[in-house]
Write a protein that binds this ligand. Structure first.
Ligand SMILES: NC(=O)c1ccc[n+]([C@@H]2O[C@H](COP(=O)([O-])OP(=O)(O)OC[C@H]3O[C@@H](n4cnc5c(N)ncnc54)[C@H](O)[C@@H]3O)[C@@H](O)[C@H]2O)c1
Ligand SMILES: [Zn+2]
Ligand SMILES: [Zn+2]
Length: 345
């Protein structure tokens, strides 16, 4: 491994021992293997999935049954490179794509590496994430960022990648109309991405009035309170619907809100099985699909932020150090909170 600075032997890591039990441990700094880089972590976004692992100890079949480092939305600086990686990269500011596909299976070879059955994804049991001083990643998944992109925005290129993957699936193009259910971080970033891809009508629904108000500042051209008026009754006739709520009710009304041959993209998790309006889907030839993370989205994400088309910096509502990861994970209790960032170093 080649590095420019004298690296410490150990680092601090926030470790989830079990449900609602975190501790800070001293651990060995990892070593960049062949084709990898070692990154000193700068900023890490707190994601809803981190909060689920902390509160419930599992997400579906992924169970925290051994100590786990959370955090998968991150940026940092390359401080060392493994063999096969050009040492000129030491010192680069990078955004990390937090996944290690096998690169050789059928899905990887077809370019759908997000569907690799041997995927190792940060902060998904048993793979450790980034609430720690240093991480390693395959060199091509450490994406260089320009100076105008802050470390916080660079960390949030991960949820922006989810939005880009969804907008691509929804085939949003100039003049498209879209309904987005949910104005959490994913819904807000998806609204901005829809605007960047040229959508002219961006309708966002959320149960909470403060969240609807915020959506209007981030690209929504109209907001809907789904309790006051079911979107399905409003004749929205949109090209596409993206569910970023995980609510079965929102999915049902969203499917009924698209025009014939419209596209429905299910992003929200939490309801593994739902009843779908099948005759409606058949009669209108609606395409219903899901997305699982992302493929090749970072270059687009970096462009959208560097060009000012998507604003991630202003989404940050809380900042925490490694000794306050618990507070960071609980910050979503406040209605004003949107994105918390942890600074491990
Ligand atoms: N598929 C993927 O790869 C992927 C990746 C990241 C996140 N996700 C999922 O996307 C979803 C959104 O993420 P987030 O971090 O923004 O979550 P979040 O919980 O912060 O936001 C969800 C929002 O939906 C709203 N909501 C609930 N019921 C609703 C309804 N009936 N109609 C309209 N809005 C409703 C809530 O008020 C909330 O504001 C989550 O379910 C998350 O797990 C999926
Ligand atoms: Zn996430
Ligand atoms: Zn693979």
């Amino acid at each position: 491994m080649v590095g420019s600075t004298s690296l410490p032997k150990t680092m601090r890591a926030s470790v989830l021992l079990r449900q609602k039990s975190l501790t800070v441990e001293e651990r060995a700094v990892p070593v960049a293997g062949v084709g990898e880089v070692l990154v000193k972590v700068a900023a890490v976004g707190v994601c809803g999935s981190d909060v689920h692992y902390y509160r419930e100890g599992h997400i579906g079949d992924f169970i925290v049954d051994s100590p786990l480092v959370l955090g998968h939305e991150l940026s940092g600086i390359i401080v060392a490179v493994g063999s096969d990686v050009d040492a000129v990269r030491v010192g680069e500011r990078v955004a990390i794509e937090p996944q290690r596909p096998c690169r050789t299976c059928r899905e990887c070879r077809a370019g759908r590496y997000n569907l690799c059955p041997d995927m190792k994804f940060y902060a998904t049991p048993p793979i450790d994430g980034a609430f720690c001083g240093y991480v390693t990643i395959q060199a091509e998944f450490a994406h260089p960022i320009p100076d105008c992109v802050s470390f916080e925005a660079a960390a949030l290129l991960e949820p922006l990648s989810v939005a880009i993957a969804s907008i691509r699936k929804a085939q949003i193009a100039p003049g498209s109309s879209i309904l987005i259910a949910g104005a959490g971080p994913i819904g807000i970033i998806t609204a901005q991405t829809a605007r960047a891809f040229g959508a002219s009508e961006i309708i966002v629904s959320d149960l909470i009035s403060a969240k609807r108000d915020r959506a209007l500042q981030y690209g929504a051209t109209r907001v809907i309170d789904p309790v006051a008026s079911d979107p399905a009754t409003l004749n929205l006739d949109v090209n596409a619907f993206i569910d970023a709520s995980g609510s079965a009710r929102a999915v049902d009304s969203g499917i009924r809100s698209v025009r014939p041959a419209g596209i429905v993209v299910l992003v929200g998790l939490g309801n593994p099985e739902m009843v779908l309006p099948v005759s409606h889907i058949q009669n209108l030839e609606i395409t219903v699909t899901g997305i699982f993370r992302y493929v090749d989205t970072w270059p687009t994400a970096i462009h959208l932020v560097a060009s000012g088309q998507v604003d991630l910096d202003s989404l940050v509502t809380g900042r925490f150090d490694l000794d306050h990861v618990q507070e960071a994970l609980e910050s979503d209790q406040s209605e004003d909170s949107l994105k918390s960032i942890v600074y491990p170093n």
